[in-house]
Design a protein around this ligand. Structure first.
Ligand code: ADP
Length: 271
């Protein structure tokens, strides 16, 4: 496949200067195709719960004299509404984080707070499967960034760890200082694991190893794409290690906040 360039010739001012602009059409076509695929995927993902909701609404209307049926169908309507809400939430988060522009207002963020908050939000789902959430590692580490986005990223990883693990297992969330300049947040599960051939693709939007399983657990297929973009926005990277049948470890590697080493900080601030 060759590369295609559009050459635009623009006269500049009165001196007969000519500006030649070469645009890489191959790249533009690829970007356009990806954008179109994404819109098609979003439409498809929205269609499923919306279709289910309208069908269920019709069924409820027709079963008005059967309170038991009404209860059952409205329960299912609630599940579909939650699914729709999750999808819209994730789409909004993704649109916030997927551009190239840097974070608007990075602030110091305590990783202990990020871990505490993310674990709190995953607790109910973990308890429902008797999965123990274990927190460990170094305390007191800080990064520069957006606390809410980091909580969202970590929560997605813990949610996945719980969703793709059998009952009665454990999920370990650890904070470590990887080297002088980096911290690592890891989430390790004892779950189903991910086949080697799929590892590269799981960070793509809407990519799922097992679509039926993902939908059953309420997954939107956007979680890891959000994790990837949030990490990149913080100047970090996300990696995964996995073995089918025994479990996975996801690692967020982030730049440590400067001046974070307590021994290099003055004991008291001058007044
Ligand atoms: P989903 O909403 O489907 O979970 P994600 O983007 O969060 O979407 O994850 C993409 C896919 O990666 C999932 O559908 C699943 O197949 C796989 N996956 C993610 N995390 C794990 C995990 N901890 N263990 C096994 N498979 C996982």
């Amino acid at each position: 496949e060759g590369r295609w360039f559009a050459v635009r010739v623009a006269p500049l001012g009165t001196h007969g200067l000519v500006l030649v602009l070469a645009e890489d059409l191959t790249e533009m076509r690829r970007t356009e195709a990806i954008r179109r695929d994404f819109v098609a995927n979003v439409s498809h993902e929205l269609k499923t719960p919306v279709g289910a909701l309208s069908l269920l609404a019709e069924t409820v209307a027709g079963a008005a004299d059967d309170p038991e049926a009404v209860r059952r169908f409205t329960g299912r309507m609630q599940i579909e509404a939650v699914r729709l809400n999750n999808l819209v939430q994730d789409l909004m988060t993704l649109s916030r984080v997927q551009g190239d522009e840097p974070l608007p207002e990075p602030r110091p963020v305590a990783l202990d707070d990020v871990v505490g908050e993310a674990v709190d939000r995953c607790r109910i789902k973990a308890e429902a499967k008797d999965i123990e959430l274990v927190v460990g590692g170094r305390v007191g580490l800080r990064v520069r960034g957006d606390e809410e986005l980091l909580v969202t990223a970590l929560r997605n990883l813990i949610d996945n760890a719980v969703a793709y693990s059998p009952d009665n297992t454990r999920v370990v969330i650890a904070t470590t200082q990887a080297d002088a300049d980096h911290v690592e947040l890891t989430v390790t599960d004892q779950g189903i694991g991910i086949p080697d051939a799929e590892l590269e693709r799981i960070f793509e939007r809407f990519y799922r190893v097992d679509p039926a399983r993902s939908r059953r657990t309420g997954g939107t297929g956007l979680g890891l794409a959000i994790v990837k973009h949030v990490t990149t926005k913080h100047g970090g990277e996300v990696t995964v290690w996995s073995k089918e049948g025994s479990g996975s470890t996801f690692t967020l590697r982030l730049p440590l906040m400067r001046g974070d080493n307590p021994t290099t900080q003055p004991a008291t601030a001058p007044r």
